[in-house]
Design a protein around this ligand. Sequence first.
Ligand code: BG6
Length: 489
Amino acid sequence: MTPSSLPVDPFDLVIFGGTGDLAVRKLLPALFHRYLAGQIRAGSRVVGVAREPLDDEGYRALVREALGKAADDTPEQRDAFLALVGYRALDARRDEGWDGLADLLGERPDNIRVFYLSTSPELFVDICERLGRQGLNQGKARVVLEKPIGRDLASANKINDDVGRVFAESQTYRIDHYLGKETVQNLLALRFGNALFEPLWNAGHIDHVQITVAETLGLGRRAGYYDRAGALRDMVQNHMLQLLCMVAMEPPASLAPDAVRDEKLKVLRALRPIDAGNAAQLTVRGQYRAGASEGQGVPGYLEELDGGKSDTETFVALKAEIGNWRWAGVPFYLRTGKRLPERVSEIVVAFKPVPHSIFEGSAGPLGQNRLVLRLQPDEGVKLWLTIKDPGPGGLRLRHVPLDMSFAEAFGVQQPDAYERLILDVVRGNPTLFMRRDEVEAAWRWAGPILAAWAASGEPPRPYTAGSWGPSAAVALIERDGRTWHEDEG
Ligand code: BG6
């Protein structure tokens, strides 16, 4: 048995927002997979909490449906997992019912307690205060805060202060599920487990970096949340900046939580400000109109909002720069959006050209060395190299990838990010979670962009669902003589 599949100590996991989209689509299936892997011991419990007036059986029926057919399990295993699941109907803003939750948890005083706040951030403080009043923050208790923490620096500070009155920083796990993705962790292995890359990992050898997180999905059921957030708050302030940090940070002295987080923080603090003075040159925001997705006609964002009016962006592209010795002058192009042509998340590290070509023009152009880390859908790494086209007839050059698909190489389905992260909380390992100062540094950089957009009074640029965003996003990179990466093979 590898260390990663060792059982964890018995725990009680209380999911606030237990009937919500994240719990049903991600958290409960993730727990089930870890259960099947033998990591969740008898004696552990999962308690869904929400306002809906369900009982344990009603909730189990909902969870049973959420587990779907994905797992390769037996009916007995499914029943055994469901036997660990219970439910409590509670309103975060009212006092009734909390004694019952405390009694339930009190039945197993030695269990690790994890309170997973999969709710709107406006409820974080109400929930924590009530947990505190019940004394549920004592001992081996941890709280998990889903992103986004707040909607700007001031509201994030307020949440962190108020939560901090109940749970110490060491008990607080701010989750960014991108940090739990295999390829993101693989960045650590690739950068710091190999001698090859690190000497080249700087402005002397790297031309630019691209980070793309593209989704085909539209607004779906999340209008209430999404329209108040938008792509910058939903994806850039957290997931994309965390990816940028993993690419750009200095080698930490170890994988100890603070060693890694200190280095990420330095990157966030070194990001060059984008504000009203330069936002028009460095950022593009868009909103999708009706178009097509995966071969089907789909409505535009405003239609999905029931014809409402909204300037919320569903697409962002921007050019970030890190003002330090390692990265001076190396642009980091970031883009993310809903209703793009395909679901793909990848990091592209593009290297500088050779200083001098010895080849004749007839050999063809020299391709750019690119290291492409694919986060999804088919996780893997490609290193684009120039080689000689095989065969006789002179020397012609070809641009080909050294291609490693993790699924093919290891023959295993990659675990979902939440599987790793939930168990890290139980184990008490915060390395892959955001520390308070990181969240604040990220808002300090993102806030002025939001302010600049608001002050400009300009609406987001329209793009057709199923396209790669507004044409200005292409211009953003092409005016620097570069192009968004397209997989040629
Ligand atoms: C979430 C965002 O954090 O990440 C969603 O709120 C987005 O809008 C999702 O769809 C993307 O996650 P993944 O793992 O599917 O890439």
